[in-house]
Design a protein around this ligand. Structure first.
Ligand code: 5AD
Length: 346
């Protein structure tokens, strides 16, 4: 197994069978070795600086009904909100003062939030913060919408594919949604010129090692600039309420594999990982992640952006908790970087 990991580090790829063997292997020493190698690669690539992104959850209204997600349309027990433009700009202002140079606007697929409104919001942030990166995470749109947002000043787009297996995709999403359109969106984003992020949840119901290998091969071929990997965590008001959460070990393993495959990728240590175990954020960094995304949303709305139960949004997971986050990173030999942290093509 260690030879496979060495090969992955050296050549950045394995065969499907080799990935499957690595994922299936439960030996502690192999997992430790994988994490150590990926941690070394991240350090060599980025030094000990961890990029910070301010996450602004701009609204939780959503016309989709994904079975895993707490803000799905059918969940009537969550209070719905949408931030107005001034509130979003105030979040950016606060974030800028704290040192953030990337703002990530994430939200549900809300038809009442028109492309025009979004375009103007992006343009307003672009005008006020010419030195900052604007990242969007707003789900599936038309190609035209992606183009308008890009022209208005957005630089990056996050859209996880969630699973690259068509049957599995349909187990997680209602009829009307398709893997095909999701992949089409990713292709458009890349063509338009966004730094594009994709990724998966680990441990969604029905997920197998064979599915994960398909995800790995897709990511290898698509070569996204950003890769988001977090454990699935059940939400009480969804069809998956009684399902178990994904495994921390498997999440870290995948994170390390992606780091070895793609040394320059921007890979966050996700909120879901930090939610599942108290030292999750640190363990993600040590396994090869190089980005954290503290919450910059208005504190009174954070509870409503409930993708899953107990989602961390305060303390080290919050923009106002940056000092605690900084302390925790320093405790493991890292520091927060206030650089913009664009993807570096080399
Ligand atoms: N557990 C973990 N992650 C989730 N997401 C949505 N619902 C959950 C959940 N229950 C993730 C999806 C989505 C991202 C914004 O949040 O992967 O792409």
């Amino acid at each position: 197994m260690k030879r496979l990991i060495d090969k992955l580090r050296r050549t950045h790829r394995l065969s499907a069978e080799e990935y499957a063997a690595l994922l299936a292997c439960e030996e502690r020493s192999v997992a430790d070795y994988l994490r150590q190698q990926a941690g070394e690669v991240a350090l060599a690539q980025f030094g000990n600086g961890i990029f910070i992104r301010g996450l602004i959850e701009i609204g939780n209204r959503c016309h989709n009904d994904c079975y895993y997600c707490g803000i799905r349309r059918s969940n009537t027990s969550v209070a719905r909100y949408g931030l107005d433009r001034d509130t979003i700009l105030a979040c950016c202002k606060e974030g800028y003062a704290l040192g953030f140079r990337t703002f990530v606007m994430q939200g549900g697929e809300d038809p009442s939030m028109t492309d025009e409104w979004m375009e103007q919001t992006i343009a307003a942030i672009r005008a006020a913060y010419p030195d900052c990166a604007i990242t969007l995470s707003l789900g599936e749109k038309t190609r035209e919408a992606y183009e308008r947002f890009y022209r208005a000043g957005a630089n990056r787009y996050l859209l996880r594919h969630e699973t690259h297996n068509d049957r599995h995709y349909r187990m997680l999403h209602p009829a009307g949604m398709s893997l095909e359109y999701r992949l089409q969106c990713l292709q458009w984003l890349k063509e338009i010129g966004y730094q594009t992020g994709t990724g998966i949840m680990v441990g969604t119901p029905g997920q197998t090692i064979a599915h994960l290998v398909e995800d790995i091969l897709f990511i290898e071929a698509f070569h996204p600039e950003m890769i988001g990997i977090g454990p699935f965590i059940p939400h009480h008001a969804t069809p998956f309420a009684a399902e178990p959460a994904g495994s921390v070990e498997m999440t870290l393993k995948l994170l390390s594999i992606f780091r070895l495959m793609h040394p320059a990728a921007l890979i966050p240590s996700t909120t879901a990982l930090a939610t599942l175990v108290p030292d999750g954020r640190e363990r993600g960094i040590l396994a090869g992640a190089n980005v954290v995304m503290p919450n910059l949303s208005p504190p009174e709305q954070r509870k409503n952006y409930s993708l899953y139960d107990r989602k961390a949004a305060f303390g080290a997971e919050a923009a106002e908790g940056l000092r605690e986050l900084s302390r925790r990173m320093e405790a493991i030999g890292y520091r927060l970087s206030t650089e913009r942290g664009d993807y570096n093509h080399v």
